[in-house]
Design a protein around this ligand. Structure first.
Ligand SMILES: O=C(O)[C@H]1O[C@H](OP(=O)(O)OP(=O)(O)OC[C@H]2O[C@@H](n3ccc(=O)[nH]c3=O)[C@H](O)[C@@H]2O)[C@H](O)[C@@H](O)[C@H]1O
Length: 438
């Protein structure tokens, strides 16, 4: 017999876990159900508590790491001195440059080149794990051996940025930090917004407030041309049809920098890089991942465009890009703002930095086969609709006229240098582990 109290409890439980209407309830089944429900209720409560505790611990740890990262930087006079020393030019009228993304491919090369000619350089990089951070750490070690300070920090850390600009009077910012990669945007769209939009705005806010305001040279991308089919691509061509989120964030960057130029008088130079390659490059890019796979005897996938047309890129060698970046810094006019107001118009420039001679992906593979002395196992598939464009081709007349930019390394010669570096760094039996220092 059920007591009134038990009946009430059952009723309450029925309301909590309603049974399917019209089903006959057998008391034994109900008892089992009840036990199950209790057990479920207690399991879910435990689960919720566990979740709560995990969230609490995670926020505590991230707060701690934020506090320790910031205080490590922000309260040490030794660190202040390091920043000032690294930012100081060692030649008369030398530049003082904050290089963001300095542990990256283009960033590390540019930092070394600036330092070599006597400019002051401070690097900033968040060492994210988009590709193997050990290569980024090796680049940092190389910079460190050249007395270049590289700070582990994120563009979105406002306190860190304002501290940096208060410590050093940077004449220029070379902004190369970004979430790169065209196809990865399908997997992780938020990382593009974090770095290429929020990070960019955070940096521009800090630059705007700096006194004096530095000039900004930053990496846009050939991908902004998107579905443009007028060849070669000129800076005045349409860029309103991006084919990937990566491209859309780079295009947005061009508009955002324009706003800061217009309102605050920041001197802006946007560089549209065309598929940059070379030693110490990015492991996610085709020439690099193909090399690794070919040496390991693994198959490579070659995408092919509509109607069996080969894809082509205006592959541009890193040394040419570095020269273009340095020439942009050297010719950037001054920012005109102070205290959040501009005192006159400041330059806003955009340049293509390409090679002007597109090469198809199968040709890239055959050059690699020749330099590696190994035949590739090729799998040819139709280009997936994940952001790729069929070809790129730069018109570089503007950069030639204003920057004296003149690319001098063709793909054959550039890949030879890349392969030499790759084998010296990873060895021929490459499994991704490094053999020597950079
Ligand atoms: O100029 C840019 O603005 C961009 O250049 C670079 O993008 P992409 O030109 O796409 O270079 P990359 O990935 O090396 O693919 C090269 C070719 O190989 C094809 N490709 C690629 C991979 C593969 O497995 N198979 C293949 O055929 C592929 O279809 C393509 O045709 C930078 O990564 C990017 O960050 C941005 O800076």
């Amino acid at each position: 017999m059920l007591t009134e109290k038990n009946k009430m409890r059952l009723l309450e439980e029925d309301e909590l876990f309603p049974s399917t209407p019209g089903k006959v309830k057998i008391e034994r089944a109900h008892t089992i159900n009840r036990q199950f429900h209790r057990c479920f209720a207690s399991t879910s409560t435990t689960f919720l508590w566990a979740l709560f505790l995990i969230a609490l611990t995670a926020s505590y740890l991230s707060f701690q790491s934020f506090v320790s990262t910031s205080s490590r930087f922000l309260s040490s006079s030794a660190w202040d001195r390091q920043v000032r020393t690294s930012a100081s030019p060692r030649r008369p009228h030398g530049l003082s440059v904050l290089v963001t993304g300095a542990a990256g491919f283009v960033g590390s090369h540019c930092s070394l080149a600036l330092h070599k000619r006597g400019d002051g350089v401070v690097g900033l990089d968040n060492f994210n794990s988009y590709y193997d951070p050990s290569l980024k750490r090796a680049r940092r070690d190389l910079l460190s051996r050249n007395s270049i300070l590289l700070i582990d920090g994120d563009l979105n850390d406002h306190r860190l940025l304002s501290k940096l600009f208060s410590l050093a009077h940077f004449t220029h910012v070379l902004h190369l930090a970004a979430q790169a990669g065209v196809r990865y945007a399908i997997e992780n769209p938020a990382s593009y917004v974090h770095s290429n939009i929020a990070g960019l705005v955070s940096l521009l806010e800090a630059v705007k407030s700096a006194d004096p305001q530095p000039a900004v040279v930053w990496a846009s991308s050939s991908s902004v041309y998107g579905l443009n089919d007028k060849s070669p691509f000129s800076e005045s061509d349409r860029t309103d049809r991006p084919a990937s989120l990566y491209a859309a964030t780079k295009k947005a960057g061009e508009e955002i920098t324009h706003t800061y130029n217009h309102i605050y008088g920041l001197s802006i130079t946007g560089l549209r890089f065309f598929t940059v390659y070379g030693p110490m490059g990015r492991p996610d890019m085709a020439y690099f991942s193909f090399t690794k796979a070919i040496l390991a005897g693994k198959p490579i996938t070659i995408y092919r465009g509509k109607d069996g047309v080969d894809l082509a890129r205006d592959f541009t060698y890193i040394d040419d890009i570095v020269r273009g970046c340095l020439a942009s810094l050297d010719t950037a006019g001054k920012s005109t703002g102070s205290g959040g107001k501009k005192s006159g118009p400041a330059p806003y420039r955009i340049f293509n930095l390409g090679n002007t001679s597109p090469v198809t992906v199968p040709t890239l593979v055959s050059i690699l086969e020749k330099h590696l002395k190994v035949k590739a196992k090729k799998k040819i598939v139709e280009m997936p609709g994940n952001g790729d464009v069929p070809f790129t081709h730069a018109n570089i007349s503007l950069a030639m006229a204003e920057l004296r930019y003149k690319p001098s390394t063709n793909l054959e010669a550039g890949l030879k240098k890349f392969v030499k570096w790759y084998i010296s760094y990873y060895g021929r039996s490459s499994r991704g582990g490094r053999k020597t220092n950079l």
